[in-house]
Design a protein around this ligand. Sequence first.
Ligand SMILES: [Zn+2]
Length: 254
Amino acid sequence: MLPSTIDESGGASPRQHLLSIIIDDRVAIDAGSLAFSCTDRQRSQIRDIVLSHTHLDHIAGLPMFIDDLFATLTEPICIHATRQMIETLERDVFNWSIYPRFSELSNHNTSVVEYREYERGGKFDVKHLKIQSVPVNHQVNASGFIISDNGGSVAISGDTAETDDFWTVCNSIRDLRAVLVECAFPNELADLASVSYHLTPARLKREIEKLENSGCPVFVINIKPMYRSQVVEQIAAARLPKVEILEVGKVYEW
Ligand SMILES: [Zn+2]
């Protein structure tokens, strides 16, 4: 998970405004901080970006990531998204007012951006990965993902409130190595979590109880930075086995 803020020494801070998860330095899941905190190696290799939904904290780095690479690309950047997300990006972001419509532009080598449409709930391939979209319960249409290679599968909830489908699909995956699930707000802000379709630690506990594979580690992502310490304390107090906070900037091998 890429950092999105810095601490007082200028290094990466765990406060997470923006979400981007990089797999094998080649595929990005969401593009919140993609342009701002990816490594040069990641910038030179990532040409596939899979979007869970179009909320700004998941796409903020997308325009700048494309902009950085515009002149040097030798193949297009592929944005994997649903039809509805593509229409939103073209209408509200790449509309020449907010930023250029890169999908209509080429450099001297190649077109710059290609959209690859996936069906919400469908399966698709991205580079060496097989990805299954799972509809989740958010304020806009959003997907969680089951991401698999030959070594196993990892589930990522993206932004979601209470949902059954995501856990049902997780329970059907034999080689599930890890589940990444959001927990945006502390218990005191349950009402805000409800209207914005996010989880609290108390609700996260009930969600995790739906996971039948009790040996599978669960990592918490998408904690609102203003409430991070409260959420972390409440998750610790719930004494959930196999649950930890996903650390920004740390390489995980599953
Ligand atoms: Zn969202």
